[in-house]
Design a protein around this ligand. Structure first.
Ligand code: CAA
Length: 380
């Protein structure tokens, strides 16, 4: 496989790298400490086109491919995984699904604002009892006159309070199980829509995670995405692409931690020499580099599959499974290479280690990826 990047890819990667270094790095430790959303930075990311990268220019997007998107995701994630999860949710889980399955009115009304970052989106599938088991939706959307009446609770919603538009998955016809599920566009401020308290998290603390309550929210019928009963497939198809974005995030977290560890090993001295001259450290760096390269190949393969119109359920799940494990392993080792300094905030690697863990949980845990992979290799 030859993943030769075009000039445009390189330009986008470099622009994301510069943005991360110049705009995200300075306050990243403080935002993590205070659980502060990177509001100004996300606004600039919108202006630079990072929030609607794959959306067609007709709707205000960048018209780029998935390869460009994963390159940018990796660079942003090296520095600030809280900013990159906002980017990932907006690009993959909100804009992509709306462009692919929304109707023209929905695209004009919502996508044009989401693609430019003028508005931010959230994707609401998980519930207190339906995280991995996505068919067990308790949130209901009952058809009534010209609207659906939405009731229920959603949990762990990224962009929970900062979003303007929420894609909400809910059960309309209980007896039809997953075939009775629908997806709706819900606007912030609709009567009966309440945003719950902010979650206190281990990692990606700058991102904004909330539970949401819907109490008799009247959602206009025209806000349903696709045909009646399409919601589960909509969610699964959207998440398949989302997993490529999170795999790229995990890759970026790993690469960021590795680069810090490598540079530290060149300056830190122990036993009379730079620690890179000790095999105990050099071998760690060799392992880290090798896993990151392997993860990068899987991420690129999944992105290319998507761009080439191939099925990417399997390659996306493999990329996410492997890259998220790599992120965990590499960040732990990066802390180890830093020794006592690794445990201290100013060296960044402890934050990257905390951030890495979520990549094994959201948009399908590692166990869910193994379900997707094993079904694919055993049944296809
Ligand atoms: N594309 C299209 N259709 C798909 C699909 C896909 N990738 N995966 C499943 N389907 C379809 C199946 O074909 C089937 O349709 P038919 O009945 O017409 O044949 C239907 O969906 C049901 O499929 P399954 O029987 O495979 O469903 P299941 O109940 O066994 O679940 C699962 C499969 C893979 C475990 C799924 O439930 C899943 O992905 N769970 C994890 C959900 C998840 O990722 N949650 C994270 C929340 S979002 C998040 O984290 C956002 C954030 O803020 C960062």
């Amino acid at each position: 496989m030859d993943f030769k990047l075009t000039e445009e890819h390189i330009m986008i990667r470099d622009a994301a790298r510069d943005f991360a270094k110049n705009e995200l790095l300075a306050g990243v430790i403080e935002r993590d400490e205070k659980q502060e959303f990177p509001k100004e930075q996300i606004k600039k990311m919108g202006e630079l086109g990072f929030l609607g990268m794959m959306v067609s220019p007709e709707y205000g997007g960048g018209g780029m491919d998935t390869v460009a998107y994963v390159l940018a995701m990796e660079e942003i994630s090296k520095i600030d995984a809280s900013a990159s999860v906002v980017m990932s949710v907006n690009n993959s889980l909100v804009c992509w699904g709306l462009e692919k399955f929304g109707n023209e009115e929905q695209k004009q009304k919502y996508l044009t604002k989401l693609a430019t970052g003028e508005s931010i989106g959230a994707f609401c599938l998980s519930e207190p009892e339906a995280g991995s088991d996505a068919t067990s939706q308790r949130t209901t959307a009952i058809e009534k006159d010209d609207h659906y009446l939405l009731n229920g609770t959603k949990n762990w919603i990224t962009n929970g309070s900062t979003a303007d538009y929420y894609i909400v998955i809910a059960q309309t016809h209980k007896e039809k199980k997953h075939k009775g599920i629908n997806a709706f566009i819900v606007e912030k401020g609709m009567e009966g829509f309440e945003i719950g308290p902010k979650e206190q998290k281990l990692g990606i603390r700058g991102s904004d995670t909330h539970s949401l309550n819907f109490n008799d929210v009247k959602v206009p019928k025209e806000n349903r995405i696709g045909e009646d009963g399409f919601g589960f497939k909509f969610a699964m198809k959207t998440l398949s692409g989302g997993r490529i974005g999170i795999a790229a995030q995990a890759l970026g977290i790993a690469a960021g931690a590795y680069e810090l560890a490598r540079e530290y090993s060149k300056v830190r001295k122990a036993f009379g020499t730079e620690i890179m001259n000790h095999q105990a450290i050099a071998f760690k760096l060799a392992d880290m580099h090798t896993s990151i390269e392997a993860a990068r190949h899987l991420v690129m393969k999944a992105a290319c599959d998507k761009d080439n119109g191939e099925n990417y359920d399997l390659s996306g799940a493999m990329a996410k499974l492997f890259a998220s494990k790599t992120a965990m392993d590499v960040t732990i080792e990066a802390v180890q290479v830093h020794g006592g300094n690794g445990y201290v905030k100013e060296y960044h690697v402890e934050r990257l280690m905390r951030d890495a863990k979520i990549t094994q949980i959201y948009e399908g845990t590692s166990e869910i990826q193994k379900i997707v992979i094993s079904r694919s290799i055993l049944r296809d």
